[in-house]
Design a protein around this ligand. Structure first.
Ligand SMILES: NC(=O)c1ccc[n+]([C@@H]2O[C@H](COP(=O)([O-])OP(=O)(O)OC[C@H]3O[C@@H](n4cnc5c(N)ncnc54)[C@H](OP(=O)(O)O)[C@@H]3O)[C@@H](O)[C@H]2O)c1
Length: 202
């Protein structure tokens, strides 16, 4: 059984899945809670993201102790069919990934939106053109990142080293402490992911 309803709709699902494999992609619902609700100890929690529709999801998954080797193999293949799957070892890790890669596409959208707004306000670029340009930038930039031999940190360092236009932008962003709001946002999302049922209905 694959559970893919919104966490706030979980209470409406009344199923006895005794002994069956239950795979959940719901945020905020822990493996012990799933096991007790659905009366099975064969539980897998996974966290795909919206990129799955392009077969580009990064999908961490967590198996309960009683999930069989066959359950795990099925899960790995199932989620690998929509991108890259990775088995993780704890609820805490899965909760963090819920924020990092589960919510990640929306965070990238927020960054893109900030760039588009700047291009319109400071650069005088027409809104439709700014959206098109930033859309292509994210596609091209993320493809380069995915294939680069350097880490993102090394790429930033290389550009700072050139001391040109890009360095001026990067140094000003660093001086404005761009990392802190990003870290805070990820922490808030991870805390929400870990908060569980009590927070789902509030
Ligand atoms: N979207 C993502 O990128 C993403 C990524 C990772 C995890 N998730 C998780 O995936 C889950 C679903 O997200 P979503 O974005 O797909 O939400 P969604 O578009 O709202 O889809 C929820 C689905 O659940 C169905 N549903 C609701 N109550 C039901 C019930 N009582 N019995 C049977 N089906 C019921 C809905 O059917 P109707 O349309 O008929 O109401 C709908 O098809 C959430 O738990 C979310 O945390 C989503």
């Amino acid at each position: 059984m694959l559970l893919s309803v919104r966490p706030s709709d979980l209470d409406a699902i009344r199923l006895d899945l005794s002994g069956k494999l239950v795979i959940s992609v719901m945020a905020m619902v822990t493996s012990p809670e799933l096991a007790s609700r659905f009366r099975t100890r064969r539980v897998i929690r996974a966290m795909p993201n919206a990129c799955a529709e392009k077969r580009l999801s990064f999908t961490p998954w967590l198996a309960s102790q009683d999930a069989t080797a066959e359950d795990c193999l099925f899960t790995e293949r199932f989620f690998a069919s929509s991108g890259e799957a990775l088995r993780v070892g704890s609820e805490a890790e899965l909760n963090y990934f819920t924020a990092l890669t589960g919510s990640g596409p929306a965070f990238l959208a927020a960054f893109a939106d900030a760039m588009i707004r700047s291009a319109i306000a400071d650069g005088g670029i027409a809104p439709a053109t700014a959206e098109r340009a930033v859309g292509r930038l994210f596609l091209g930039g993320s493809t380069l990142l995915a294939e680069a031999e350097q880490t993102p940190a090394e790429i930033v360092e290389t550009f700072v080293g050139y001391a040109g236009t890009t360095a001026a932008g990067l140094e000003t962003m660093a001086a404005a402490d761009i990392r802190t709001p990003i870290a805070k946002g990820l922490r808030a999302a991870a805390e929400r992911a870990a908060a569980g049922h009590a927070r789902r209905t509030t």
